[in-house]
Design a protein around this ligand. Sequence first.
Ligand code: NDP
Length: 341
Amino acid sequence: NKQVVLKEYVTGFPEESDMDIIEGTITLKLPEGSNNEVLLVKNLYLSCDPYMRILMTQGPSYVTPSITPGTGTPLRGYGVGRVLESGHPDYKKGDLVWGITTWQEYSFVSLDQSLFKIEHTDVPLSYYTGILGMPGMTAYVGFFELCSPKKGEKVFVSAASGAVGQLVGQFAKLAGCYVVGSAGSKEKVELLKNKLGFDEAFNYKEEPDLDAALKRYFPEGIDIYFENVGGKTLDAVLLNMRLNGRISACGMISQYNLTQPEGVTNLTNIIMKRIRMQGFIVSDSYHLYPKFLEFILPHIREGKVLYVEDIAEGLENGPAALVGLFTGRNFGKQVVVVSRE
Ligand code: NDP
């Protein structure tokens, strides 16, 4: 039972060498006397998500418990698996599930509000780590529920080519908005404009003055900002928001590896422009998952919403894939394949 474990708590940027691949043993049987709220699964796909970095830091955080290094306990995160054993009447051997699992070949997973049975398999299974899983729900809740977009509104999305961002941009187009995305390479910018239907996109690394860049793309200002990166980008956005604008505070990846977070200086704009900025954690809204599936599945089947994935083959390539999120190495949703069957 191959596993990915954390060696030390991480400070600064995470590196592959912060993790180890070890060969553990596991008895492929539910423990004697275990209640029926635990399943034994074979992990098929694992999801690389920025919040996993927060689990690698010592100290309290919004995602608990953090991963304790040096205990041989594998990393924890979202994934897709096949049930090998279940004591629960609703789950049978062979069923597919997505939700919180551990980074190893086989895991015991808990049946809680973060575990879902997969009912639709006419779409790629790996999608349940992305568009049909946690990131898809994040884009849906953060954009539609928090921002109540209206036709013709001007939307800006940062980390726009990633797991969440690429969907927010496409949802904005479905809502009849004008949408601009920022991303960290020429290839990502081309993807946004030529394949995913963004009206405009730019490479933030080549914009010495983000305020000027935003003024170029939003001469009348921004109605909705979907915040994925924080820091300097948020500061520049605040200068360019319109009256009664909304900011969906989803993530601030530019801050996760800093020991001293960057200051944001333009906050008074929130008052002057009557901006509503709201943070959210997607798992609080998992009761909306059935409604989301009803919305998204037809769009996927009809090719009206596309999803770009970056697939790393093999658990042993998991650490590199995970740390790559923080240098922008991933091109679309970063997935790790543990097994295809
Ligand atoms: P992505 O697939 O977008 O991967 C992360 C991307 O962030 C990288 O590819 C990189 O793209 C960009 N990035 C990395 N470092 C920086 C930096 N210093 N400045 C600007 N951009 C950077 O990740 P997700 O779509 O999964 O997540 C996007 C955001 O959403 C994250 O902040 C995450 O924490 C948050 N999130 C929040 C949830 C919630 O419940 N609130 C749930 C899920 C995600 P590039 O090349 O463009 O720089």
